[in-house]
Write a protein that binds this ligand. Structure first.
Ligand code: BG6
Length: 484
């Protein structure tokens, strides 16, 4: 059970706060999961009409239906502090406000500082928290939450990590990777370790390769300020998709707690490396004009905020290996893209065909594939071969499936879960600094390589990405799972 606490959101008027954080906090209020005596302070440069705007965003983005009574109760607990991120006087007002709330409610000084700001502002906010002494506590606790991108490459990520740790101890720092808050992602560990039948097969003797796909049908959608110069690999592979890989490939943790899981993820990420030559084992693309969800759309360089010669990739694919006895020789193909044919995130584990048996049986063999469907139709499916009814022995791939929604109640949104965990002090679903840094070590050489070889390939919006991605897989005698 969470203790009474106050949360400060820096950048409360920003996109993330309006679309995800405030709606998730509302959903937690709706399901009675906020701590007792919870207060929320929004810190922003411009606080005009903020409450009315937050109300609108809850109406639009919350998971649960809008209930004015729940909102009004929550809104009474929302306070605003106006100031910029380097304004010591504003931070002093913030400190006074927090102290006042503690006295009024008779609660200890338990504070969450949520940095929903661009990474360039991390240091300024941390400095001010240190100057006003808000990072220290005689009683109660302090937690700081940061959002990706955690740097631009390994060096900048290390600098950011060091800056945070100058102000907060590592155990108080919660790095959000919202993919870990998704129930289907947590289910990877459940499927692997709560069942006896998969783990004996979970190695290079039985697994041919793994495909990790995060395909989005939407484009960059007005986020040029963030996305230009960042691109798909930094935006989602360095974090979300390498975290998925870590859960698929890690050894069994001694317990399902934060330290044990982090220890295994760090081991596997430190053994993960790009497989080359990069000209053949990677691909990148940028969407041109085409179709987004049935509607004609312009290409990236014609979108507001992008220079006509932007070399930012909206599609990235790479091949990595995990240098351990379990995984030696098994390629992991990772791809992501925006404006693809459909939205789907999944991990597909393809098993080797039977090694023995009669020529007839081998000829008829199908690929057994175990698919973790993360979204949108969250579930698990297993592809097997079955005999088609009728004459002869004609084998056809069929699929055994389970849809989470048909078995369980609707799952909370990732941000509900993660905010709840921060308030409870459970760090299991938050990547540690070493995980983030090992992940940069994996992709930095690819980013360097791309920086030296011109522009990304063009692909039509609404397709499966650039042809170079298909060639990349066909060279290894395999094919991507269809996005059609
Ligand atoms: C974010 C990326 O981390 O994840 C976005 O910055 C991306 O570019 C988003 O669209 C996708 O999240 P989800 O939960 O919709 O898969």
């Amino acid at each position: 059970v969470a203790e009474p606490a106050s949360m400060v959101i820096f950048g409360v008027t920003g996109d993330l706060s309006r679309k995800k954080l405030i709606p998730a906090i509302y959903d937690l209020a709706h399901s009675g999961q906020l701590p007792p005596d919870f207060d929320l302070i929004g810190f922003a440069r411009n606080t005009t009409d903020v409450k009315a705007r937050l109300r609108e965003s809850v109406r639009e983005h919350a998971r649960t239906p809008f209930d004015p009574v729940v909102w009004d109760e929550l809104a009474e607990r929302i306070d605003l502090v106006q100031g910029s991120f380097d304004d010591t006087a504003a931070f002093a007002r913030l400190a006074a406000r927090l102290a006042e709330l503690d006295v009024r409610r008779g609660k200890p000084g338990n504070y969450v500082f949520y940095l929903s700001v661009s990474p360039s502002a991390f240091e300024a906010v941390c400095d001010q928290l240190a100057i006003t002494g808000l990072n220290r506590t005689a009683h109660g606790w302090r937690r700081v939450v940061v959002e990706k991108p955690f740097g631009h490459d390994l060096a900048s990520s290390q600098a950011l990590g060091a800056a945070l740790e100058r102000v907060f101890p590592p155990s108080s720092i919660y790095r959000i990777d919202h993919y870990l808050g998704k129930e289907t992602v947590q289910n990877i560990l459940a499927l692997r370790f709560a069942n006896g039948m998969f783990e004996p097969l979970w190695n290079n003797r039985h697994i041919d390769h793994v495909q990790i796909t995060m395909a989005e049908s939407v484009g960059v959608a007005g986020r040029a300020g963030y996305y230009d110069g960042v691109g798909a690999a930094r935006d989602v592979i360095q974090n979300h998709l390498l975290q998925l890989l870590a859960l698929i490939a890690m050894e069994e943790p001694v317990a399902f707690d934060a330290d044990s899981i982090a220890a295994e993820k760090i081991k596997v990420l430190s053994a993960t490396e790009l497989l080359g030559p990069l000209a053949e084992t990677s691909a990148r693309g940028q969407y041109g004009a085409g179709i987004e969800n049935g509607v004609p759309v312009a290409g990236l360089v014609d979108e507001a905020g992008f220079p006509a010669d932007s070399a930012t990739e909206t599609f990235a694919a790479l091949t990595v290996g995990v240098a351990t006895r379990r995984w030696a020789g098994v390629p992991f193909f990772i791809r992501t893209g925006k404006r693809l044919a459909r939205r789907t995130t999944e991990v597909a584990v393809t098993f080797r065909p039977p090694a023995h048996g009669s020529p007839a049986a081998r000829a008829a063999a199908v690929s057994n594939v175990l698919v973790f469907r993360v979204q949108p139709d969250d579930g698990i499916e297993l592809h097997i071969g079955a005999k088609r009814p009728g004459d002869g022995m004609h084998i056809q791939p069929v699929s055994l499936g389970m849809d989470f929604r048909s078995v369980f109640d609707p799952a909370p949104e990732a941000y509900e879960r993660l905010i709840c965990d921060v308030l409870r002090g459970d760090a299991t679903l938050f990547p540690r600094r070493e995980e983030v840094e090992w992940s940069w070590r994996v992709i930095d050489p690819l980013l360097d390589y791309w920086a030296g070889v011109g522009r990304p390939d063009n692909y039509l919006s609404g397709t499966s990405g650039p042809e170079s991605a298909d060639r990349m897989l066909s060279r290894s005698g395999r094919a991507w799972r269809s996005l059609r």
